[in-house]
Design a protein. Sequence first.
Length: 245
Amino acid sequence: MTLEVLGVDTYCTIAGSGPHLVFLHGWGVGHELYAPLLEHLQKTHTVFAPDLPGFGKTPEPPEPWGVDEYVSFLLEFMSAAGVTAPVMMGHSNGGRVLLNLLPRHDTGAKKLVLIASAGLKPKRGLGYYARVYTYKAGKAVLTPFPGLKRRLTENRGSEDYRRASPLMKATMSRLLSSDATALLPKISVPTLLIWGEDDTAALLSDAKIMERAIPDAGLAQLPGGHWAFMEQLPRTLRILDSFLQ
């Protein structure tokens, strides 16, 4: 379905029943790539999963956006969709948005799940992160899901950043310049961190910083990289089910 949010026709899925859960995808993909995860969550929650502006089936924002604009967008989306008392969950760049949302706005959120989250000041250059965020690793991760793998590989790859429009390149630059480190102690909800031990996009050292700084946080480490949560989906689902009960 499509909702108009801040003037942007936003493609989203709203499905399932039960307490509300908002899911934000990572850079360079839409929420449909996470279908196996979202379908499980829909068994116990009403899942709200938008394609953020510039990704998936949602058009680009009218100008380069930074994290503040994406936070404002998410607040408007939640209002338009009727989200109340949600669990908030984000992967990679989606986590970045949530790290900047929860400490600054009263959303009524009950819990937070950060999966290989971005959000701390990058220690590497823009070019490196641009290549990583194309999710080249997703080709191997999604092998058990041929349809999703085909969707990822048909239009994305190591050239993704160079193929991006000037507007989205500027958006990436603005996002990567943000740093949520000082906001971490202000996150007041129980927080679960799910991380690949060998992640080279969102470093495990960042996860440990978050675990120490967020007052009520726990870290679950999985063998693998940025898509470890999909590589080991059954284990991920058991962890999530325990936390979300």
